[in-house]
Design a protein around this ligand. Structure first.
Ligand code: PRP
Length: 209
């Protein structure tokens, strides 16, 4: 008898798209669309249990086995390097990790560059590869404020439409890496629930965007 497959979905706009893909792949759980504050939903017939998790926490649930599989942004996977399998690029939630600064910004290579970001590891890795000395200022949101208020010279952040940058007179200096949503799996679950995970991966792979 198959056991339940626990799936961590990222709460929010991306999560709704992700659930729609799981539904299309044949793993529906209609109750999830009722709205409300409930966090766990299951369809015993399909042997699947979904739960809404803060997007940046999905990889923690999966790495520790509280979820067998989940969907996380490549940004989170690059930043935290969780010990999980990355199974599939779902082709949604597409954006870029980029360096941005005030319009007309010129870098002075003699000075340590002050970089504000939520993604300290990605920023440190990028600047060490190009051999640039930086001072990281770790923030938790509204990163765009930092260069405007003189807290930093540049930011390393996610750019999707570019609207936030534009409306704050900032522009992209350099694109670091493309980002999209990835299906990830717990390593032990991949062994013990391999059949179920492979099936879901295969069905999802047919409908990736
Ligand atoms: C992200 C990112 C940018 C914005 C980019 O913010 O940090 O602020 O989206 O999108 P755009 O290019 O389409 O304007 P998020 O909504 O995740 O909030 P936070 O970083 O401020 O927490």
């Amino acid at each position: 008898m198959k056991t339940m497959l626990n799936v961590a979905l990222p709460k929010g706009r991306l999560g709704e798209k992700v659930y729609a893909m799981f539904e299309q792949a044949g793993f529906e759980c209609p109750e999830i669309k009722d709205g409300g504050r409930k966090l766990i939903f299951e369809n015993p017939e399909k042997k699947v249990r979904y739960f809404w998790v803060k997007p940046s926490d999905v990889s923690i649930y999966v790495e520790r086995g509280a979820a067998d599989i989940g969907v996380a942004g490549k940004d989170i996977l690059l930043e935290y390097s969780p010990d999980v399998y990355e199974l599939l690029d779902l082709g949604i939630g597409k954006c870029h990790m980029a360096v941005a600064a005030k319009n007309g910004f010129r870098d002075n290579p003699q000075k340590t560059l002050r970089v504000a970001t939520k993604f300290s590891a990605i920023a440190a890795d990028y600047y060490s590869k190009i051999g640039r000395d930086i001072d990281i200022i770790h923030l938790n949101g509204s990163i765009e404020l930092a260069p405007i208020l003189g807290l930093s010279d540049v930011i390393v952040d996610i750019v999707e439409t570019g609207k936030t940058l534009k409306e704050n007179n900032l522009s992209v200096i350099e694109k670091i890496v493309p980002i999209s949503a990835r299906l990830i799996a717990n390593k032990a679950s991949f062994k013990f629930k391999g059949k179920q995970i492979e099936k879901i991966t295969e069905y999802l792979s047919k409908i990736t965007k």
